[in-house]
Design a protein around this ligand. Structure first.
Ligand SMILES: *Cc1c(COP(=O)(O)O)cnc(C)c1O
Length: 393
């Protein structure tokens, strides 16, 4: 593989391992283990210094390795570890690197399960977590201490689409010797430059844009070879959250078309956000690609695009949001994102239902807020559908 290849070429060819049959499409090595020719061969493989060959699929399988090598090449990371879901990646990366007594600073605006890992799981094991407003650099600076081991944030928050400045937060964290762990789902691997901007560890839920067709759960942790093989692999290997070979194959196929899909979805999201701006039923249209988004300049420098998700805040609150959702004909009501199908979500009553009201208020999760993950349908059909569903609320 050539390091000079452009991302679209890497997404098709990087990491390919062909069997003796010379298959064109990557093979699914749906096997848990590998046969050793002799007892001596088995003994040698288990030696720390032994050949780097596959032993057991919990920590190594050819199809999974193809996915890891391909996404690492695409992200510009030295190495990657594929996991059973995005949450296995988030919890695995954090638990692998932290111990009792460590301090973590995290943005407050997080996916509900990420918040659970930080506030409940890590706290239970004696890790101190400070939550800050991720958009406020002074708050990061004040919270990061000499004993801070890691900072964690979603580079674009769900569902209010606020950005965290990866470069500036990384400078603050590195000045105190802390690792920067970025959940980069909303930025997508297509628009990510997170490692070049200072992130040490980048995490994706592959369930989202990498599969992009709503079929499988998966995740990946990307970082230096030392971190992935020295810190993450031993933890994941012994705790069991690794990706299945079948899922890796689904994700490899997803990577082949991800660039075309994500770019088309982001272009549609931009068109739709612009078309809906100023609509009388809407309090606001939130989309980082809009010139009036408070972080539009950061979105363009950090990602080069506004992403594939936009958020509407309806004037009529929950009643209007429910009437709107029930009148939609093209998109579907669900909670995934990055899918080929447009997906509409009412966070206040679903993904963020369990948050206490004061937390919802703090995070801006209003009763009239609807998140829309833009799919691959014709944007004109989506605009017409959203407009008809917004009438008579
Ligand atoms: C979906 C999501 C996750 C969790 O991923 P799963 O594959 O569902 O486990 C984590 N972080 C963010 C930002 C997500 O959108």
């Amino acid at each position: 593989m050539s390091n000079d290849w452009h991302p679209r070429t890497k997404a098709i060819h990087a990491g390919t391992r062909r069997s003796q049959y010379g298959e064109v499409s990557e093979a699914i090595f749906l096997t848990q283990g590998f046969v050793y020719e002799t007892a001596e061969h088995a003994e040698a493989r288990f030696l720390e210094s032994g050949p780097d060959e596959f032993i057991y699929a919990r920590y190594g399988n050819p199809t999974v390795a193809m996915f890891e090598d391909r996404i690492a090449a695409l992200e510009g990371a030295e190495d990657a570890f594929a996991t059973a879901s995005g949450m296995a990646a988030v919890s695995g990366a954090l638990t692998a690197m932290l111990k009792a007594g460590d301090h973590v600073v995290s943005a407050r605006a997080l996916f509900g399960s990420c918040l659970y890992v930080l506030e409940d799981v890590l706290a239970r094991f004696g890790v101190e977590v400070t939550l800050v407003d991720g958009t406020d650099l002074a708050a990061w600076e004040a919270a990061i201490r000499p004993d801070t081991k890691a900072v964690f944030f979603e580079s674009v928050s769900n569902p209010t689409l606020q950005l965290v400045d990866i470069k500036s937060v990384s400078e603050l964290a590195h000045a105190q010797g802390a690792l920067v762990v970025v959940d980069n789902v909303f930025a997508t691997p297509e628009f990510s430059k997170a490692i070049a901007q200072g992130a040490d560890v980048v995490i994706y839920s592959a369930t989202k844009h990498i599969d992009g067709q709503g079929r499988a759960l998966g995740g990946v942790i990307l970082g230096t070879r030392d971190f992935i093989r020295g810190t993450v692999e031993p933890y994941m290997k012994h705790t069991g959250g690794s990706m299945s070979p079948f899922t890796a194959w689904v994700m490899l196929k997803g990577l082949e078309t991800m660039s075309l899909r994500v770019r088309a979805q982001a272009a549609s999201a931009q068109t739709i956000a612009e078309a809906l701006q100023g609509h009388e039923a809407l309090e606001t249209v939130i989309y980082p690609g809009l010139a009036d988004h408070p972080q539009n300049a950061l979105a363009l420098s950090q990602m080069g695009a506004g992403g594939t998700v936009l958020t509407l805040v309806l004037k009529g609150g929950k009643d209007a949001a429910f009437k709107f959702l029930n009148a939609i004909q093209v998109g579907v009501i669900s909670n995934n994102l990055g899918d080929a199908k447009t997906i509409l979500t009412h966070p206040a009553t679903t993904t963020h239902q369990r948050l206490p009201q004061d937390q919802k208020d703090l995070l801006g999760i209003a009763p009239g807020l609807v998140r829309i993950s833009i799919g691959l349908e014709d944007p004109q059909d989506l605009i017409a559908d959203i407009r008809q569903a917004l009438t008579d609320l």
